[in-house]
Design a protein around this ligand. Structure first.
Ligand code: HEM
Length: 197
């Protein structure tokens, strides 16, 4: 049975918590790709409730991530959805290096992606019982097609898109990825369809 985590844990304007690890990874990536100065500028200008001091095991308002992504977009001129996608691609490299167990014995992207919710995030939840994870419902899984429906109150479908693209690149497979909204608003979720050529 798939668990859908689509209820925000607070009743005010969609605030949900996000693991500090995601913030520390983002700021380190900005440092590596751009500069330490730019990372400091983003934090200094953003007026963040946390003050921009993140520990990997802490929990922070996920809207701070949105603020940082928008701030980077303003500084670099790159669109917000592209910044999130770029972050997702790089986050995949970090996660797959830090947690090689999820990839051991796997020789294709479908075999990893089919288990984002049932295997990977299930383990994440054991590690961090308070993690706020999205749901990835497997709507179809065949040799040549995988259809995943993403739902999250945090609406980070562009981050998910980057993570999935990087997983396909990791296995160097001829797989194309298409996405479409599942409803009128971003909160209705996104369908990702992977097709093997
Ligand atoms: C390609 C595979 C993966 C995809 C597509 C994926 C997708 C996502 C997305 C989109 C989020 C942002 C939160 C949201 O949308 O509500 C997220 C959060 C997270 N993911 Fe994954 N993920 C993947 C693999 C992994 C792996 C390998 C780990 C390793 C431990 C991991 C750990 C986490 C953690 C810790 C969070 C933050 C939870 C929180 O903020 O409380 N994910 N994931």
């Amino acid at each position: 049975m798939l668990h859908r985590n689509d209820a925000a844990d607070d009743d005010d304007s969609g605030r949900t918590a996000m693991k500090g690890m995601i913030f520390t990874e983002f700021l380190e990536l900005v440092e590596r790709t751009h500069s330490a100065e730019l990372a400091e500028t983003l934090v200094a200008n953003a007026d963040l409730p946390s003050g921009g001091i993140y520990t990997s095991v802490g929990n922070y308002d996920h809207r701070e991530m949105v603020t940082l992504v928008v701030a980077l977009s303003r500084q670099t001129g790159q669109a917000v959805n592209e910044v999130l996608h770029w972050f997702g691609e790089n986050l995949f490299t970090t996660l797959s290096t830090a947690y090689p167990g999820f990839f051991a014995g796997k020789d294709n992207a479908f075999s990893v992606l089919v288990g984002i919710e049932s295997v990977i995030h299930t383990e994440v939840r054991k590690l961090y019982p308070d993690a706020e994870l999205p749901s990835f419902d497997v709507m179809q899984h065949g040799r040549d097609e995988l259809v995943l429906d993403y739902h999250s109150p945090r609406c980070m479908d562009d981050l998910a898109h980057g993570l999935i693209d990087a997983c396909i690149a990791h296995f160097d497979e001829p797989v194309t990825l298409a996405r479409r909204p599942l409803g009128k608003t971003q909160a209705d979720g996104t369908r990702f369809t992977l097709t093997r050529a």
